[in-house]
Ligand binder design. Structure first.
Ligand code: FAD
Length: 315
């Protein structure tokens, strides 16, 4: 199909994000195949136009001003379970991958139950929960490198993906677009897999404000490099955290007295202090003000530099 026919103008991005915040994009296209992704990138490059790849829009904050470039929304591109692993397109919902794993009796994706977004977005930010992450199951990733005029499609073996806590080569190198991945899971017991998924989802519902618009955790959690000895002592005395080397940012934000803090239509969730929730009328500028206030307050109180997990567009 001719790419020009796929191209749309002045499309609202708001309902393509879980934050329910976003302006119009000057140009927009939805791609259903790797060829269409290539065409979209080529089109933008030829016009020297900025472009942004959007997955499920569940980890982004888009500024209120119109985006003057092209938004490429990566959609489905298939999921196939083979003997050697699951081949999955970047635009496939993470929930669909979880569903296929359950259906096929494969264990390793239970932690992802209830996490929104796409497989591409999850690989980009190495999404994870309950001490596990997508990097535990990725065997290889196919991506386009568009740094040079000639676009290059190549496979990245797991080691080359350079996964870290909420981080990957795809997040650091802004010239890569993920097309697909091969996921390797282990054969398991279907009932146990289902029970684990239910248990994790129940925990998520209890601790996260899933009933509100949000973009998940705003800040990355902190390594134990905390200088405030009194705070460190308090944290280490708490038994409720699984990983004693990581201080949840939610804990620091709550300790800083910011729980429930509101600016305009957005507030720091009372249920989970690392979530900012939108009542439906929130603006990106309100979210940004709340983020800046949180960073400043936590720095002043505890000497800790919070770092955003959410990705910005147009700031
Ligand atoms: C209620 C809720 C709960 C959440 N719980 C969790 C959780 O438990 N654990 C967790 O880790 N996250 C969680 N998140 C955050 C979010 O769902 C994940 O980070 C998710 O993996 C993002 O995927 P996405 O497709 O929505 O990415 P998007 O938000 O669309 O994009 C995020 C970034 O990835 C880039 N990107 C997306 N697709 C591609 C691609 N194909 N190639 C290159 N770059 C790409 C985008 O350009 C952007 O920079 C939660 C979010 C919400 C709203």
């Amino acid at each position: 199909m001719d790419f020009q026919n796929k191209l749309k103008k002045n499309i609202s991005l708001k309902d393509l994000t879980t934050f329910w915040i976003g302006p119009k994009a000057k140009y927009f296209c939805q791609t259903n195949s790797r060829e269409e992704v290539v065409e979209a990138i080529k089109w933008a490059k030829a016009k020297r136009m900025p472009f942004f790849v959007l997955g499920g829009g569940s980890n982004v904050l888009i500024n209120d001003k119109k985006y003057k470039g092209l938004v490429i929304k990566i959609r489905e591109s298939g999921i196939r379970n083979q003997e050697s692993g699951i081949e999955v397109g970047a635009g496939v919902a993470l929930g669909k991958l979880v569903g296929v794993a359950l259906q096929e009796g494969l264990t390793g994706m239970e932690w992802a139950m209830g996490i929104p977004g796409t497989v591409g977005g999850a690989i980009y930010g190495n999404a994870g929960a309950f001490g596990q992450s997508i990097s535990d199951c990725v065997e290889k990733v196919e991506a386009i490198d568009f740094e040079n005029q000639e676009l290059r499609i190549r496979n990245y073996e797991k080691e080359e993906c350079d996964f870290n806590y909420r981080d990957s080569i795809f997040k650091r190198n802004k010239n890569l677009v993920i097309l697909s991945a091969k996921i390797k899971l282990q054969t398991g017991n279907k009932i146990e897999i289902e029970n684990k998924m239910k248990e994790y989802f129940q925990k998520k519902k209890q601790t996260q404000p899933l009933e509100f618009f949000s973009a998940g955790s705003v800040f990355r959690n902190q390594e134990l490099g905390i200088k405030n000895q009194e705070l460190l002592k308090q944290f280490l005395e708490l038994k409720q955290f699984q990983d004693k080397n990581i201080i949840p940012s939610a804990w620091l934000i709550e300790k800083a007295g910011l729980k429930g803090k509101r600016i305009g239509g957005v507030e720091i969730s009372r249920k989970h202090s690392n979530f900012i929730v939108n009542n439906g009328r929130g603006k990106a500028r309100d979210v940004k003000k709340l983020i800046d206030l949180t960073k400043k307050t936590v720095k002043k109180k505890f000497g800790v530099d919070l770092e955003e997990e959410i990705q910005y567009l147009g700031f």
